[in-house]
Write a protein that binds this ligand. Structure first.
Ligand code: P6P
Length: 333
């Protein structure tokens, strides 16, 4: 079968849909190249002196792993000189990252979680990079955090790289979802899955059950019905998976269906869930919807949420649309 590279795919998409202008194509190719570099670092493990934690904490109050910081630096350095970006934002940085004055600025803004699932790094479980692309507001001056406060529906592109047995890049620019596998010998991304679609129904759910006592009643009801299996109202048995790497859990769901949930916690109303809206929930929601799935915060479509803070958290229910509809319905009951 003829191999289609990421570059050829992007050029053909531009010809067909006119949704990938040259600067956006450059942005995507630069991010994809940075993910190759991150994959190489991740793959070294103990041989590359990249494992373990630092003394520092990130803005989330989480201990930073060496690879968190390395991955963040790789993405910043790869993207700041190209002239395609007005600014960047990262899970690992308190405030937005300005483009150095020595470089031209562009019309896009890039947000990313440079290495998601980092609690899995030291135990050799799949981790990943998540990214989201917004347009800089018209006539914007010096970019501010407020310029990033756009709902997920304004994204022009989103994707993730998963560093697992294979390194893969999953991408949407608004016309479906495509997957590229890294050919390590050639160092190139090869199109391996076109127009991915999530099965609308599923028998598989993903949630961290150890938090069960902290969930609100609609989630308690929904999960108890899944656990009741064929003896309960659902009349069928369900399976559970939880990798604790959102990228890996979402990739499984993109391929075989499922519902991923990180609900709000009744203990702390100021922290509605663990996942961050701007660079985890929004890009994953864009991808999931483009693959025919659904993504809500329990009540509302994630892509409709008007952000207020760069690092704000949101409850997440996403995946096979019929299942997400059930648990979302219980929140409205
Ligand atoms: P828990 C990783 O730290 C992450 O942000 C997501 O990738 C993952 O889905 C979730 O947190 C795991 O959370 O509470 O199960 O460790």
């Amino acid at each position: 079968m003829k191999r289609i590279s990421l570059t050829q795919y992007l050029v053909e998409e531009q010809r067909q849909h006119n949704t990938i202008p040259a600067e956006l194509r450059l942005l995507i190719e630069v991010v994809a190249r940075a993910c190759k570099t991150i994959s190489h670092s991740v793959g070294k493990g103990a041989l590359g002196d990249v494992l373990g934690a630092l003394e520092s904490e990130n803005v989330q109050g989480e201990v930073q792993k060496k690879l968190d910081v390395i991955s963040n630096e790789i993405l910043l350095e790869a993207n700041e000189w190209g002239g395609h970006l007005a600014a960047m934002a990262s899970e690992e940085m308190e405030s937005i990252h300005q483009i150095p004055n020595r470089y031209p600025k562009g019309e896009y803004m890039l947000l990313f979680d440079p290495l998601d699932g980092s609690s899995n790094i030291d135990v050799n479980v799949s981790i990943g990079t998540i990214f989201s692309v917004l347009r800089a507001p018209e006539g914007m001056g010096q970019p501010t955090e407020q310029d990033f406060m756009q709902p997920g529906s304004k994204q022009v592109a989103a994707g993730y790289a998963v560093y697992g047995p294979q390194t893969m890049l999953v991408l949407t620019t608004g016309n479906g979802v495509n997957c590229f596998t890294l050919d390590r010998e050639m160092g190139s991304w090869v199109l391996t899955q076109r127009d991915m679609k999530i099965p609308t129904t599923t028998k598989e759910f993903a949630i961290n059950m150890s938090n069960q006592r902290h969930w609100h009643p609609p989630v308690q009801r929904y999960i108890n019905e899944l656990l009741a299996g064929s003896a309960g109202v659902r009349g069928t048995d369900f399976n559970m998976r939880w990798i604790a790497s959102m990228v890996a859990d979402v990739h499984r769901i993109l391929n075989r269906g499922g519902i991923f949930m990180y609900p709000a916690d009744i203990r702390d109303p100021s922290k509605p869930g663990k996942l961050r809206l701007m660079y985890e929930a929004n890009p994953m929601a864009f991808i999931v919807e483009q693959a025919g799935g659904m993504a809500t915060d329990g009540k509302h479509r994630i892509l409709d949420i008007q952000p207020e803070k760069l690092h704000q958290r949101v409850p997440v229910f996403l995946g096979s649309r019929d299942e997400v509809a059930v648990v979302t319905g219980y929140h409205h009951a």
